[in-house]
Design a protein. Structure first.
Length: 103
């Protein structure tokens, strides 16, 4: 008997030049605004602007917010844990990219 594993990947392409408000990011990432504010406080997201009403998030912030949301919901990580996990995931990606360049 053969077992087949299927992996479903969902993605969206967003240009980095796109700038979203906290409300738009909240809708796009399916994340409450207060959690987004916590991620900003912890350094997970780095918006431009001086206050939550003025914040603008890039396309990269949407990718990070979606990853943070998955870590929060799937692994039940707290905000500092999400920040650490995202930093480590990005470091792994950078190391893999270096390995690709070297080969």
């Amino acid at each position: 008997m053969t077992q087949t594993n299927i992996t479903w990947i969902e993605g969206s392409v967003v240009e980095n030049e796109v700038h979203m408000s906290i409300v738009e990011l909240s809708h796009a990432s399916r994340t409450p605004e207060d959690l987004i504010m916590s991620w900003v406080s912890e350094g997970v997201l780095s918006p431009t602007g001086s206050s939550p009403q003025d914040w603008r998030f890039s396309g990269d912030s949407l990718r990070r917010a979606k990853t943070a949301a998955h870590l929060t919901h799937d692994l039940e990580l707290n905000v500092p844990g999400v920040a650490l996990a995202i930093d480590l995931l990005e470091e792994i990606a950078q190391l893999r990219a270096r390995l690709q360049i070297g080969n």
